[in-house]
Structure formats: structure tokens, C-alpha cells
Write a protein that binds this ligand. Sequence first.
Ligand SMILES: [Ca+2]
Ligand SMILES: [Ca+2]
Length: 263
Amino acid sequence: MRYSSIKLGRLGATLALLGLAATTQAATVQVQVTVQNLVPANGIAFAPLHLGFHSGSFDAFNLGQSANTAIQSVAEGGQGGAWQAAFALADPGATRGTVGGLLLAGQTQTQSFMVDTASNPFFTFASMVVPSNDFFIGNDSPTQYRLFDSAGHLQISSITQKARQIWDAGSEVFDPAAAAFVGNNSLRSDQHGVVNFNFAELAGFNGLTTGAGYVFHSGLSYDQDVYRISFSAAAVPEPQSYALLAAGLLLMGGIVRRRQSKA
Ligand SMILES: [Ca+2]
Ligand SMILES: [Ca+2]
């Protein structure tokens, strides 16, 4: 009687260890992504954040090269349809999505994603800056942000973008009358330029009334923080963990029943 109690204890401990191992090795985590507009009131706003957790193969644009249609779809109107489509084509296994809507100065928005950290350890993002004709934020290198290590642990808690990291897609000429948020965004003049850093041009919109009703004032300085993406991850038990737990409970139930029938 005493012997079988010890055996039962050992079995329980073994099953618990197996269950723990299965849980810690689980590749899938729930990632909460929070975006924050860090500029003072009446400054720049951001279109919805387009994002992807991916293998590292999707490169949306390059500094010094002309913008492709994918990044233009983010930079020139914020919709990002071609960016999402190009991402899906380049990396079919990626987890893609968007966070929030128009993000005004001081605002915060959050969205959760289920991410396979083994196949999609990298993070890529892009969002239009408004008002502008073709300004955006985003990572040039697809492997710049490796969120997860090989054990599935979160390595980066936040990404902060500064004014000097704002891109001009070089695809549309600066023109307040044709700029999103202050003008008619359906009017466009091709710039035939290349992707480059540019935040100074945003001051050209100062004094104009935005679509949100406030009078715009850029007021940005070179090293000023403008945008932050924060991450938190929570483990998600995989189906085999539940199956192992259920099998363990059935096994222990059977042993207890046999012990009770012997007693
Ligand atoms: Ca690139
Ligand atoms: Ca431009």
C-alpha cells in the first residue's frame, strides 16, 4: 500500500515534468503589440501599423533605391494593401496584420497576435506618417529585429523610432494640396526619387488644418522620439500539452481505481 503511494507520487512528478517540458518548448506565443504616438499635441499622426512576424525573407524597401509598389501602398495613403500582398507572397508562413487606426499625438493602441516563434522570429513594420505625401516609418533590413531566440523567448521589449528615422519614399512630390490629412490625397505628382530619410519637410505643413480638425505644427527635432512599438509575450500551451495532461489524468485515475478495488 505504502509502496504504491510512492510509485503514484513518482508517476505524478514524471508526468508534471513532461507537461512542463512540453509547455516550455511550445513554439507558439501570444504577442501583444502596443503602438504609441510620442509627439506633442498637434504634431504628426500615424496611419494603422502594418506588421509581420516572419522568417526574415521579406524586404519591403531599400535606402537609396526607388520605392516599389508595396512600400508605396503604405507611404502614399497608408492602406498598405500591396505591402500585405507582397509580404504574403514572399513569406506565406508569416503572421501578418495591422494595429489600430489613425494614431494621433499621445494616443496608444493594442492588438494581439499568435506567433510561431520557431518559424517567425523576426518582426517587420511599416506605417504612413501624416500629414505627408509619401512619408513612412519602417525597417529597411528584414532581419534588424529578431524578437525571439531559438528557445522562443522574447528578446526585444520595444522599438522606438526617432524623427531622423522617418522615411521619404521619394515616389511623390512634396505638395500640401495633394498631401494626406491636409489636402486631396488623390492628387499625386510622381517624384522619381529614391527612399531617403526626411523629417524636415514635415514643417512645410505647419499652419494647415488636418483631417482631425487641429492646426498642424511639426516641431520635430532630429533625435526626438516619435513612435514606439512595445511587445509582451505569453506562452500558449500546445495541443500535445493538453493531450499529455489528459493522458496523465486518465492513467492516474486508473491507478487510483485499481488501488481502491484492492483495498
Ligand atoms: Ca531593405
Ligand atoms: Ca516625397
